[in-house]
Design a protein around this ligand. Sequence first.
Ligand SMILES: Nc1nc2c(ncn2[C@@H]2O[C@H](COP(=O)(O)OP(=O)(O)OP(=O)(O)O)[C@@H](O)[C@H]2O)c(=O)[nH]1
Ligand SMILES: [Mg+2]
Length: 226
Amino acid sequence: FMSMLSCRSHQCWHWRSHLPETRIFKIIVIGDSNVGKTCLTFRFCGGTFPGKTEATIGVDFREKTVEIEGERIKVQVWDTAGQERFRKSMVEHYYRNVHAVVFVYDVTKMSSFTNLKTWIEECNGHAVPPLVPRVLVGNKCDLKDLIQVPSSLALKFADAHNMLLFETSAKDPQESQNVDAIFMCLVCRLKAQRSLPCRDAEGWPPQPQPQPRRPDEASGKGSCPC
Ligand SMILES: Nc1nc2c(ncn2[C@@H]2O[C@H](COP(=O)(O)OP(=O)(O)OP(=O)(O)O)[C@@H](O)[C@H]2O)c(=O)[nH]1
Ligand SMILES: [Mg+2]
């Protein structure tokens, strides 16, 4: 009973076995089709830019284990479908027990930015608690001559919605640290929320698809980037 009490207050990961377990943070990536959600999650979890992508159907799971201040944390990234017809049966699953939300727009497409309000409404409509951190990501910054969404406008929007703004490129290898920073920043914030409820990421499907392990998988090692 005492251990249950201490579990409730501090150490969720001791709940079942009394041995340290890796905590799992479920982070969903949301936004219009074609903004680069699949490429961003690929860059973070696999370290590369995929040569060719197809529109995501339902959801693709990617995963990366990072180590922050001596704790191993499994980041379970839900790469969601932007197209309505490929997502409508899945939306409930996206938001259930989510720990953090990444909203993505394409800096070269104004409509993907103006549509953010719809994505935020959908998120709010699923009773995502206010403590769940949200960040805004403007992707495709490598296409400098085609930019339609000025940083100043995006920053204003981010401020108004109490979100941090990251402007990144999933394509440009030199930007990969910025892509990592999106997720690492969220993990740091979640880690700092000691009152994070005792729960796993949703058990559906039972196990996310394991990603091939890469030698540089531990690149998330180190101190907090925030
Ligand atoms: N130039 C450039 N192209 C990108 C970048 N990120 C993605 N793309 C391209 O944008 C297109 C769409 O990328 P995806 O990652 O499949 O888009 P998505 O948001 O997952 O789309 P849905 O799965 O339909 O919701 C692809 O042709 C990518 O190669 C980027 O940072 N720069
Ligand atoms: Mg996709």
